[in-house]
Design a protein around this ligand. Structure first.
Ligand code: DGL
Length: 278
């Protein structure tokens, strides 16, 4: 079967996925990308399993309708709550040759190289922490490691509302860093298990003791995608190579564009889209 070439789809509930997109474009600048942010319905982190699944499936279907053959869920909450069902139940009906990949597994693969004590902290949305996805994946890949999760329900709203540099962010970041570290004195690596959190990295580093490694996902996911495309030439040849990026948002396009331009360090002219159930 011959397939037309299409951009790689990158999805997040909001702005956070831009932290992944930016690193992917550094490592794989040759491909075309479509970024879709469901800002109108963010945050996902406090929503039910069913809603995160429905919203994520709608977004994946939208990107498929744009022609994308490969979609990255640049969102831990969606990776935790929707990825497996989409891969196992939906893709076989939609198109078994297309692929949807998440961000949790590549991050977990890396943590084994980073932590020496085997005591790993995870910051995430309430949804990601409650799903215990990191605990489950780390137990599979690094038996013997201990995982300490802490949900930070205020961090995504701070980012989505452009408050990541404000004093309010200091208050919540300090409180949450202390709460995570109080669980175990031997934690030596902390995963930022939400793609919005790198946008708070300066505050996180300010309150994190320097001997603790803070693991950002962007570069890890980018390298993992590069490796995936290398191992899957049948998918690689379906990804178009023009170096372009289109931005779509379910919220106001002007508001999205102005903030996104800061994150990705280039002029963004986003387009508003409406997602619907199929
Ligand atoms: N950025 C997303 C994540 O990685 C979710 C943020 C949210 O919508 O709550 O989990």
């Amino acid at each position: 079967m011959t397939h037309t070439k299409a951009p790689i789809g990158i999805f997040d509930s909001g702005f956070g996925g831009l932290s992944i997109l930016r690193e992917i474009r550094k490592v794989l600048p040759q491909y075309d990308y479509i970024f879709l942010g469901d800002n109108a319905r963010a945050p996902y982190g406090t929503r039910s399993f069913q809603l995160v699944y429905e919203f994520t499936l709608q977004s994946v279907n939208y990107l498929f309708a744009q022609g994308c053959q490969l979609v990255i869920l640049a969102c831990n909450t969606a990776s935790a709550k929707a990825l497996r069902t989409i891969q196992q139940n939906d893709l076989p009906h939609i198109d078994p040759t297309r692929r949807v990949l998440g961000v949790i597994r590549p991050t977990v693969e890396k943590v084994g190289e980073i932590s020496r004590t085997g005591h790993v902290g995870v910051f995430g949305t309430p949804g990601t922490i409650q799903s215990r996805s990191y605990d489950i994946e780390i137990a599979k890949m690094h038996p013997g490691f201990s995982v300490y999760g802490h949900a930070c329900p205020m961090w995504v709203p701070l980012v989505e509302n452009r408050e990541s540099d404000g004093d309010g962010a200091d208050y919540f970041v300090k409180k949450d860093v202390e709460a995570l570290l109080s669980q175990c004195a031997d934690i030596d690596a902390v995963i930022l298990g939400c793609t919005h959190y790198p946008l708070l990295i300066h505050k996180i580093r300010k309150y994190m003791p320097p001997h603790i490694q803070v693991i950002e996902q962007g570069h890890i996911v980018a390298e993992s995608l590069k490796d995936y495309l290398h191992r899957h030439p049948e998918m690689e040849c379906r990804c178009s190579q023009g170096g372009s990026c289109r931005y779509l948002t379910t919220e106001d396009a002007t508001r999205f564009s102005s903030l996104a331009s800061v994150f990705v360090n280039e002029e963004v002219a986003a387009q508003h889209v409406t997602l619907a159930a199929k």
